[in-house]
Design a binder for this molecule. Sequence first.
Ligand code: IPT
Length: 999
Amino acid sequence: MLRRSVIGPRRRSNPAKITYYEDLSPGTGALAPRAAFRSDARTLSLNGDWDFRLFPTAAHAEAAEQAEGDGWEKLPVPSHWALHGHGAPQYTNIRYPFPVDPPRVPTENPTGDHRLVFDLPDDWPGPDEGAGGRTLLRFDGVESCYRVRLNGRELGTAKGSRLPHEFDTGPHLLRRGNVLSVRVHQWSSGSYVEDQDMWWLAGIFRGVTLLHRPEGAVRDVFVHAGYDHRTGHGTLRVDADPGGRVTVPELGLTLATGETVTVPGVQPWSAEVPRLYEAQLAIDGERVPLRLGFRTVAVEDGVITVNGRPLLLRGVNRHEFHPDHGRAVPYATMREDVLLMKRHNINAVRTSHYPPDPAFLDLCDEFGLWVIDEADLETHGFTYDDWRGNPADDPAWEEALIDRAARMVERDKNHPSVIMWSLGNESGTGRNLAAMSRWIRDRDPHRLIHYEGDRSCEHTDVYSRMYASHEEVEAIGRRAEKPLDDPRLDARRRALPFIQCEYAHAMGNGPGGLTEYQRLFETYERLQGGFVWEWIDHGLRARDAAGRPYFAYGGDFGEPLHDGNFCADGLLFPDRTPSPGLLEFKKVVEPVGICVDAAARTVRVTNKYDVIDLAGLAFGWSREVEGRRVAEGALEVPPLGPGESAEVALPEAERVREAGSVAQDDADGEEWWTVRAVLADGTAWAPAGHEVAWGQARARGPAATRTPGARITPVRAPSSPSLDGAITLGPGTFDPLDGGLRTLHGLPVAVPPRLNVYRATTDNDRGPDEETSVAAQWHRHAVDRMRHRCDGVTVDGESLVVTARVAPPGGFFGLSVVYRWTGEQTGDATRLDLSVDITPDGEWPCPLPRLGVAMGILAPLDWIEWYGGGPGESYPDTRRAARIGRWATTVDGFQTPYVFPQENGSRGDVRWAELRGPDGGGLRIEGRPAFALTARRWTTGQLEAARHPADLVPGEVLHLDLDVAHHGIGTASCGPGVLAPYELRATRTRFGVGFTLPN
Ligand code: IPT
């Protein structure tokens, strides 16, 4: 029932009868929220196959109920019905997918009736057995509003999709033949406060459990386990209702609930050492196992500390997502997420933008992750009406919003991993947020309060921002940010620690700029890290008309209103394959700095952990010549404490030689040192040998005359071009009219090498809007349609010279190019060299996407081996994870399957690459200097036109881009664009490539 009418500026008349799913109450009949815990009391999971039928409106459901019609089908619980053939998912970011008229919702309100007939187990305690107590029904997550009936009697209704609700079954529970009916409405007043950027997916998507609560059972328990780093003592108090006794066998402790004890010599809990002590709460009717993590969170001198140590959060925003199950994430998948995070040097999670399945937090406690637990609240769509009528500021919504804060805090209050409560996301500002903050502070004063949306930070303990530029973050780091109007609030905020609760938008190729953010975070103590947006692409597994599998994004289900692929912005692909962005993040945030100085033969090792020393890591060095390991050994590194660093000597040359039995030393080639830090022993999250950090430095470059490993000697023996229909120059034949290469080492050249400046635009190139993005500039200036004018083809005895001008239609600027081809022959070996000399003319109004030559070879060359950056892709501002080595993969393996196709797969710093076909033969490409290589069976145009990877149909031609430079990637899809040092401007450039046969 509606208790108060909607007031505030958006006053509207609502004559219609307000239903339970449209009223503003958080529901009716649910019990007061309490901590999530297990116990020795009986439980029965009601998950499994339920009966289900879907109606287009609530009224249809109502009518069918009267008629007791059939039409039931089976549906698994937990699940979202739209992922089981009933209706379809819809993706919007900010806009509400329905007319905004709170709290009213559309008549078209998909309503799913769920029904389960169940018996109680024979030994289920009940009054007939003389066992007292009662039986509750718990729902851990139902979107967005539901009504529960048991055997025809209503137990209650609830809103708050990602929150638990418990109902007392009272006298209605039968031994046999219980009929549990749950009517779920897709839209409710709750939808107005659940406008998170994600798929709208209704259903009972988390577990349903029947819980016996014995007479004298624990109603609620609140563990307070602190740690005083000055004394090394823990403190413990367990509040429980009703009271009882707590034992911690490992500590030899027994205490009464409500009693505070000092516990000398405990090991504190941290994300790095997630030490948990098993405890038990025993009261009359029940024994409750507890896991204690002793830790104290504080802000000291403007810095967040846990157990006295400042934190650096290397975090991610995690939505709950599975490509087949949506937000009904299986336990094994949650566990996989935590393991993947730990293995990629991630130490923190923001549960964007709602409390996760409670089991996820158990995993965070167990494996060690700092958590910002966020309330299920977002009213972002109100931004389009200047936040008028925002539920976050309308007193009529206060009860509903406090309920959301309370249900989160009560459920999750016993998790040591949770160090901050977040009031929600993108909900503007308002009195209800203030009320939530007050409520939380009162209930749990021992954690910090976070909310990004209120820049004044009046009700929070941390200054938090999203997508602030490097420049602004640096100013904040210096506590020199632009002041707030109110001097009191400004002084308060300036004294607060800072985090970026979202940064580095991992949409498609990227994010760029991570290194520069991390440098700031590591420089200024106020900057305590951040949370990359976001953990995983929300791509739903689907098949196209031709049966080809793909990951669907907004619009793929025919939604009239959607936000396209903006939901594919994670560090993991939808199937949880790490994207290059995750590998880059792992490298950038590695907790050990390894800086090799090859000339001095030393390595500087820095411990960047917050808590632990380096004793758990084993260090090793190796020396590689031309990417082949010629020597390796262990490296003794002192067990440095957090923040400490030491210079460690690398072995002397002589010793390296001795150790060099690993492979034949190659006296000639380019030489690198690599130092790695791996886990010395297995941990709960990775086996021994798992790599945590590494560093590399070049000890010796290739000599100019040195062509490592090649059979061609530096003695020049050019063959002369001959004019007989085609121009022949060593292993190449050319078209005499335009100088285009026709064959190369006998391979047909389908697309002759020529200058290419364009790339299939990335999501970051296209962001943030169609007007100002760099992609918009490229299209406006026709950089995607460059014209090539041949100005001359001359043969001057030893070389073939083609002059050209490459310029966009309508443009008053361009690039003059001189292609100079020369041949070499040594014995049977021939070689063709191309040098390219580029001179810009006119005024270039925009950066270049890339600069290099593109060519296509009509041959089934499928195997690529290269010496250079790898094994994955890299771009100028995303190249930290690429190490110099010898790598090999197939052409398929060269592609990065971004959910939305775009430029990808470029391998940087390539010294040489060899392409081979199935029956040997092939081509070797050497760079002068190193080049970036992409290899695809489609053109850049086809890549740009594709909407899903399945649209890319391999052709016969292998398209290669040999680039001397690339424009950076940046993170402009949401956040700053490419930083100045990574912008590619048109300047005089010379580079060369040589083509020989593979070695
Ligand atoms: C920010 C949102 O908080 C997050 O949910 C997501 O939508 C992200 O953007 C972009 O993917 S809000 C944005 C206006 C900065």
